[in-house]
Design a protein around this ligand. Structure first.
Ligand code: SF4
Ligand code: SF4
Ligand code: SF4
Length: 260
């Protein structure tokens, strides 16, 4: 019997599911090896149980947490698909703000006088917390990145099919960056999050002339204090450093810095 695979989404842009659909070179081969039984972006079927559930998006509402627990109960293996599910991503920045201030920043200060606040679609009003899925249920594997690296998706699925344990080494982005022969952006006046960020993306942003902003999340043993000190040495203000850490890493570094 082919393993049953399902995809689910919560608060996200659905870009990681799109990244899966864009794996054209491997998708047809995979379809011969697995049964995709739920995938809202591609099919309308539903199934009661799954061998592997891929979950995209962060958890923002209690009703989402309930649905996630139900998915967990029906899944043998559960995989966090992308930075929103793995670490809360950019939406977790709202955790640092009181709900009222957050609302005002998004819609403008007088918006509450003009429109009725909808608790269904503005959960921050009553539930001021964005959570990675690992805060709600046990997660077996993490596919990091915004969006995921297609090669890691293929590696995970193939490993699970043959009964092997997939490997995602905890190396910094710098390792792949150096392997690619890139000149470090620190050498020409910019700064970077690569030293404290979990690699696996092939340092794609640096390869293409930018820096790493940390979308794959914090390494388990990252020396955050030293990295912050380095950014300060390079004349980033406390507010700049806060924003660099806040972009993708706010859920992982919350409580470890002053609010700016
Ligand atoms: S991790 Fe990025 S690409 Fe993936 S769903 Fe979240 S916002 Fe979209
Ligand atoms: S550019 Fe960034 S990722 Fe590359 S070596 Fe320098 S700090 Fe590391
Ligand atoms: S280089 Fe950094 S920001 Fe770019 S994909 Fe890799 S981890 Fe994400």
């Amino acid at each position: 019997m082919k393993p049953k695979i399902a995809f689910f989404d919560f608060a996200s842009c659905e870009g990681c599911q799109l990244a899966v659909l864009n794996c054209e070179d491997i998708l047809l081969d995979l379809l011969n090896l697995v049964d995709i039984v739920e995938f809202r972006e591609a099919i309308s079927e539903k199934a009661p149980r799954y061998d592997v559930a891929f979950v995209e998006g962060s958890i923002n509402r209690e009703k989402d947490a309930v649905r996630l627990r139900e998915i967990r109960a029906r899944s043998r293996v559960l995989v966090a698909l992308g930075a929103c599910a793995c670490g809360g991503n950019v939406q977790a920045r709202s955790n640092a703000l009181p709900p009222v201030e957050n609302y005002d920043r998004v819609y403008g200060k007088d918006a509450r006088n003009r429109v009725q606040v909808d608790n269904e679609f503005w959960p921050y009003w009553t539930h001021a917390r964005v959570q990675p899925i690992g805060d709600v249920v046990d997660v077996d594997y993490y596919l990091r990145g915004c969006p995921i690296a297609p090669g890691e998706f293929a590696h995970l699925v193939k490993s699970l099919i043959v009964g092997a344990i997939p490997s995602f080494p905890a190396n910094a982005v710098c390792v792949e960056c150096k392997e690619n022969g890139n000149e470090c952006v620190f050498d020409h006046g910019d700064t970077c999050m690569g030293q404290i960020t979990w690699g696996g993306c092939g340092a794609v942003c640096v390869n293409n002339g930018y820096r790493c902003d940390g979308c794959r999340g914090l390494l388990p043993h990252a020396n955050v204090d030293a990295h912050r000190a380095l950014l300060a040495e390079r004349e980033l203000s406390p507010s700049d450093i806060h924003n660099r850490y806040g972009l993708f890493l706010s859920a992982q570094t919350r409580g470890k810095e002053a609010r700016v």
